[in-house]
Design a protein around this ligand. Structure first.
Ligand SMILES: *Cc1c(COP(=O)(O)O)cnc(C)c1O
Length: 233
């Protein structure tokens, strides 16, 4: 299957899930997660009409971005963890940082965005499971961070993002998605710009759409399995 065919199938599947949930498919963005894959897959997806891309490492995308300057209307989001020494570069390279999970990172991004004279959209990554390996803000710390963001004029908080524990069964993600949506609905009353809910990956995006996703992040189902290079010694 080509990337173009995979995109077509994914749009059909998104439309089906939207219909089941009585939602409009136009309210759900498909993000192409191109991490680990070579820059050629971004170019091929772009040629097939894809415009929104997710990458999870600043350095990896910095290298790819050199070959992407001709794609003027493509949009790139950071969906991997951000270290504080990479905030300047991230603010420069990405249209949105979807993994903000601390005030320290937010403050550094705000300073970087100010220096670049730009407004930077962000999502807050919330950690709803107790896995050691996961990043994200504890849900009880969300109100404090959102209030503090009101003092950072170069950041535009657009919503929440989460990654549930991996499972073969897409249904096991449903309770996490529902919990994130509850948090979003609650905070949106105080912070009306929080409209986005970035949930759902290759194996569970249909469930995520039923639970209110506004952006599904799809890698494997679009680009195939990722082959990670051997770990550096
Ligand atoms: C890799 C990744 C994805 C895509 O996962 P697939 O299962 O390949 O679709 C989505 N979101 C985040 C945060 C990721 O790191």
């Amino acid at each position: 299957m080509s990337i173009a065919q995979n995109l077509e199938r994914l749009h059909d599947q998104i439309a089906d899930a939207a219909r089941r949930a009585n939602r409009s498919e136009t309210d759900i963005a498909l993000m192409a997660v191109s991490k680990v894959h070579p820059v050629e897959v971004i170019l091929e997806a772009y040629a097939a009409g894809q415009r929104l891309f997710g990458e999870n490492r600043v350095q990896e995308f910095a290298e790819k971005s050199a070959s992407l300057s001709s794609l003027a209307d493509a949009e790139y989001h950071l969906i991997g963890p951000l270290q504080s020494n990479k905030t300047n570069r991230a603010a420069e390279l990405f249209h949105s940082i979807d993994t903000v999970d601390s005030l320290k990172i937010a403050q550094r991004l705000n300073t970087a965005a100010q220096a670049l004279n730009k407004q930077l959209p962000i999502l807050i990554e919330v950690k709803l499971s107790h896995e050691e390996s996961k990043h994200g803000l504890a849900p009880e710390d969300l109100p404090t961070l959102l209030n503090a963001l009101a003092e950072l004029p170069h950041l535009e908080p657009h919503g929440l993002m989460t990654v549930p524990p991996w499972s073969e069964d897409p249904e096991s993600a449903r309770s996490y998605f529902r919990q994130l949506r509850g948090l979003r609905d609650q905070q949106q009353r105080l912070h009306p710009t929080l409209t986005q809910l970035s949930i759902g990956m290759s194996n569970d995006f249909a469930v995520a759409i039923e639970e209110g996703s506004t952006c599904v992040r799809v890698g494997t189902a679009l680009f195939g399995k990722r082959t990670y290079p051997p770990a550096a010694q």
